[in-house]
Design a protein around this ligand. Structure first.
Ligand code: OXD
Ligand code: MN
Length: 586
């Protein structure tokens, strides 16, 4: 419990509004969480899985109309529309409060209000931030207890401070027409109604750690980014850290937990995972950029996760994990998803809980089905994971799913050009958000759905951070693991072999290798990417590194069109686009 006056006053106000039968404070104890698990099993909210094979694991199914983030119903309720900018939905804060309080009125009647105090980042560390989420969902409580640090220790650290983020979640009737995920950056407040899907309701994640935090970061001089953080250990024991931004479901979790190819493992290379989704980055006392993962678990996409693609993630999910919308194997009370192995269960229920026949051709797991697993389960979790100071970043990597345009890897000429490279990121859409899948969309820094303020100002903030970092700024790169040949096959093996590209990136950071200057930036000499032992010919590698002027001329025209939507585009970005166009003419 807490005696914090600002917290208690808000809880009273929300109690008055939502009218719960009871209020339960989440203290973070295993005993309380276990009691909630049992309750959720009793009501059918969760299914307890085979405790011998999957100890501590549960299965949950969302409503069928509630399986992904809903960007169309996500709002930034800044004071003015301009503050929210052209890439966000905006609602006037007064109108939004009236609308949402109208929906939330009496929403907890006959239900329990759970009060979750949580810390983003290690509890009590200098750079961590505190939130309080109110919810009427045990599933949310149990997920928050995996994804963040929850409990009484958080109240102790908060003390009397008013510096915390309010979060109200009401399941209501899971009515799509009344579903709203609203952010009030000026009030440090989030309200989410009519959803039970993780990305919409685990308010510490996208809502706080990206949308609200990006706004705070701009005001306070730091960055909240949609990035994984990994450490690459060399045979001499030295570890270099990379932060990488990819749009949702483009393999951030796989890259963050990469297992180096055998040859590299034998030499002593190792990859350490600091985070798979979010990086909070600030300039340290030494002038370098330091990154912390504010989360405490992984909310990963299940389909495609297997022994080959990501053995570390698979291992991570073998205990104390909540699975959402996967297949339920009734024979042994375990779970399955497409791409786990080639043996789908025949006596099974699909993600909707219906009898499912794998031979039907229908998918059993939802394409955006998920696992929520504790970070500490991960075999390659970094020893620095709990270090509130973070890790120093040598390279920032952007990437997306591009069949043609982007080469396997290229380096920006400098930080400013790197900001341009991030701003023109585009990717084919995935199932992580509702809407068409496979359509190319622009997604600057993979932050389009997550930037809590005007994205033109966001680019300006990146440029300012670069000014402050000066020659200590990380080098900026772009990668594309998804290039296709004319027959539609992936040209690069991906997964563990991506380490070969990370090696080149770090060699560039250390000035160890030369590169070829192209209109879009520096591309490797083919000889500097190790393809030994791969099914990739030298010709294929050359093609992977090729920068096609015609394709890029079309790309530049597309960027110009995309840039038109920004009302506050920094001049520097226009200059960068002009330089690209000039380079392509040469
Ligand atoms: C996620 C997402 O869940 O980006 O991480 O959608
Ligand atoms: Mn994400």
């Amino acid at each position: 419990m807490t005696t914090n006056a600002s917290v208690l006053a808000w809880i009273d106000q929300m109690k008055e509004l939502t009218n719960p039968d009871t209020v339960v404070y989440i203290d973070g104890s295993e005993a309380q969480l276990e009691q909630l698990r049992q309750q959720a099993v009793k009501t059918g909210e969760m299914i307890k899985l085979n405790q011998e094979k999957l100890p501590g694991c549960y299965l949950h199914r969302t409503a069928v109309n509630d399986v992904a983030r809903v960007e169309g119903r996500t709002f930034i309720c800044a004071r003015t529309k301009e503050e929210a900018g052209p890439t966000n939905n905006w609602m006037d804060p007064k109108e939004a409060y009236a609308l949402l309080y109208g929906i939330a009125k009496g929403a907890y009647a006959g239900r329990t209000m759970y009060v979750i105090p949580y810390s983003m980042g290690p509890v009590g560390s200098e750079f961590s931030k505190i939130g309080v989420e109110l919810t009427d969902s045990i599933y949310v409580v149990l997920n928050m207890a995996i994804m963040t640090r929850v409990g009484d220790a958080v109240w102790e650290v908060l003390g009397d401070s008013t510096d915390w983020v309010k979060g109200l979640h009401c399941k209501c009737d899971i009515d799509e027409e009344k579903r709203y995920i609203c952010h009030f950056p000026e009030d440090n407040t989030i309200i989410s109604v009519n959803s039970g899907y993780g990305g919409n309701v685990l308010l510490g994640k996208k809502c706080f750690a990206l949308r609200i935090a990006s706004f705070l970061g701009r005001n306070e001089g730091w960055m909240a980014e949609h990035m994984l953080i990994l450490g690459l250990e060399k045979p001499n024991g030295e570890i270099k850290y990379i932060a990488a931004a990819f749009p949702s479901a483009c393999g951030k979790t796989n890259l963050a937990m990469l297992i180096p190819p055998e040859k590299y493992r034998k030499l002593g290379y190792k990859v350490w995972c600091v985070g798979d989704d979010i990086a909070w980055m600030r300039i340290g006392e030494d002038g370098r950029l330091w990154a912390v993962n504010p989360e405490n678990g992984f909310f990963g996409v299940a389909p495609g996760t297997n022994e080959k693609s990501n053995p570390n993630a698979l291992h991570t999910t073998q205990k104390d994990t909540i699975f959402t919308n996967v297949v339920h194997n009734l024979d042994d009370n375990t779970v399955w998803w497409e791409g786990l192995d080639k043996n789908p269960p025949t006596n099974a229920l699909n993600w909707k809980g219906e009898k499912w026949d794998p031979a039907s051709g229908e998918k059993g797991a939802h394409p955006n089905s998920r696992f929520t697993a504790p970070a500490k389960n991960c075999p390659c979790i970094s020893p620095e994971f709990e270090n509130g100071k973070g890790v120093p970043i040598s390279a920032i990597v952007f990437g997306g799913r591009r069949a043609k345009a982007a080469p396997l890897v290229y380096q920006s000429r400098d930080w400013k050009h790197g900001v341009f490279v991030g701003s023109v990121m585009a990717s084919e859409t995935t199932a992580a958000a509702t809407g068409a899948v496979g359509v190319v969309r622009h997604d600057p820094m993979a932050m389009i759905p997550f930037c809590g303020y005007n994205m033109g100002d966001y680019f300006a903030h990146w440029l300012e951070m670069g000014e402050k970092l000066g020659d200590k700024a990380p080098k900026i790169f772009n990668v594309n693991w998804f290039r296709l040949d004319d027959e539609g096959n992936f040209m690069w093996p991906g997964f563990g072999d991506n380490m070969r590209v990370l090696n080149w990136i770090l060699d560039r950071c250390e000035g160890k290798v030369d590169a070829v200057e192209t209109p879009i930036g520096y591309v490797p000499h083919p000889a500097d990417i190790d393809i030994d032992g791969l099914d990739v010919t030298e010709d294929t590698l050359k093609e992977l590194l090729d920068v096609d002027k015609d394709v890029w001329t079309a790309e530049a025209a597309d960027i110009e069109e995309f840039y038109k939507k920004f009302d506050r585009l920094p001049d520097e970005m226009k200059k960068q686009l002009a330089t690209l166009k000039e380079n392509l003419q040469k």
